[in-house]
Design a binder for this molecule. Structure first.
Ligand code: SOE
Length: 398
């Protein structure tokens, strides 16, 4: 067990978009934060030997392998970081936990509730031996989002009545955009729902401290057949041109649902990849009996806050700049007033993970938290299938 080592040797599986984001965070975290253990970028794994060696070089890893089982079983690895598509999360995480490695796994935790349950059970067993696990819902660690949670916890919003959450993208509006892995159910589990809907489910539950109990949903697949990709299967993929072979899109392009949170909060959620002109627009508004707060990822250094206890003549939304040393995570970065961006949320995630592992504490969101998100995704899918029927979220303990 590595808990008392001053070094945590990380092995990461996957090196595409999320792998690059995580690498950047692992590279940066020791330099910015003073932590009880030092993260060391020991090994990276990918399927293609040449490409993974290249990625190791470019992203700053000491060694590379094409065999994730060798990485997971290596005595030189303490932490396994899973940045692969969802269809391999469960297998890698279960093997890593069984080998006594701490695990950080990208969101959504798994492709199915069954897998998420198995991973959560394995994490609970491993936890008794001091092995830690966490799911990578990085937006929790945007300072403005963490501050939003503090405002709610401090009672500044009073009783929460409404949550309004959207996550809007447009990268597959073109029907010629190819059938990448994110559009295949067997690889990704679901579409916009699990990829970006999972973020707003986690974020709103994190901020309010409440859990979604039931949903009524609609989902749609607007473009049902797409050309097969030529080469890269990432967000910047291209098709082979006219006459390329096609295949069926097996996930949702968009999901919209209403939900109940906790005892009495009403919520609406929209996750779509067809919001033309919206590139990566995550926006959450929360209304309480004493005030409201708004977060917009496109302006992530800010929060809009309405304090309903102020004099009537002075009411309205105030823009708070979340750039000061007093704000969560910020004092380690730049002098006051200097803004940060998307990638910092991953550095904050690694900061919290390393600190938790090194001090023997369970990091959050835990696999159990991520299982709950998976259960919400499942309830949304079932509700949409059954003509938007009101569907309770299953309890985590089945
Ligand atoms: C693609 O929709 C994607 O990269 C998601 O997979 C990420 O989780 C999100 O942060 C940005 O968009």
């Amino acid at each position: 067990m590595s808990t008392h080592r001053s070094e945590l040797r990380v092995g990461m599986v996957g090196y595409a978009f999320m792998g690059a984001a995580h690498s950047q965070a692992w590279r940066t975290v020791n330099r910015v934060y003073d932590l009880p253990a030092r993260a060391r970028m020991a090994m990276i794994c990918g399927r293609d030997a040449g490409k993974v060696a290249d990625a190791a070089d470019r992203l700053g890893w000491e060694s590379s392998t094409t065999d994730w089982r060798a990485l997971v079983g290596s005595d030189g690895i303490d932490v396994v970081d899973i940045c692969t598509p969802g269809d391999s999360h469960a297998e890698i995480a279960l093997a890593a936990l069984a080998a006594g490695k701490h695990v950080i796994c990208e969101k959504p935790l798994a492709n199915t509730v069954e897998e998420a349950r198995a991973m959560t059970a394995a994490a609970a067993t491993a936890q008794t031996a001091g092995v830690r696990s966490m799911c990578g819902f990085n937006y929790r660690r945007v300072p403005a989002v963490t501050m939003m949670r503090q405002l709610v916890a401090d009672g500044r919003l009073g009783v929460i009545r409404h949550v309004r959450a959207v996550y809007l993208q447009d990268w597959i509006v073109d029907p010629q955009f190819p059938l990448v892995w994110r559009l295949q159910k067997d690889r990704a589990g679901s579409g916009a729902l699990g990829d970006i809907g999972a973020h707003i489910i986690d974020l709103t539950q994190f901020v309010t401290g409440q859990r979604i109990t039931g949903v009524s949903a609609v989902t749609e697949t607007f473009v049902k057949e797409r050309p097969l990709p030529a080469g890269s299967s990432g967000l910047a993929a291209r098709a082979d041109g006219d006459g390329a072979a096609t295949g069926p899109v097996t996930v949702d392009d968009a999901a919209v649902f209403v939900a109940r949170l906790g005892a009495g909060t009403l919520a609406t959620y929209e996750a779509t990849r067809f919001a033309t002109g919206r590139k990566n627009a995550l926006r959450v508004e929360i209304n309480g009996s004493l005030g409201s707060v708004v977060f917009d990822l496109e302006r992530l250094n800010e929060l809009e806050f309405h304090d309903g206890t102020r004099l009537t003549a002075e009411q309205g939304f105030t823009r708070i700049l979340v750039t000061e040393g007093e704000h969560p995570y910020m004092s380690a970065w730049w002098p006051p007033g200097h803004i940060i961006g998307y990638e910092h949320s991953f550095t904050h995630q690694m900061r919290d993970f390393v600190e938790a592992v090194a001090t023997g504490v369970d990091p959050t969101p835990s696999f159990a938290d991520a299982l709950h998100v998976q259960l919400v995704l499942d309830a949304v899918t079932r509700s949409a299938r059954d003509g938007s029927r009101w569907t309770e979220v299953e309890p985590a303990l089945a």
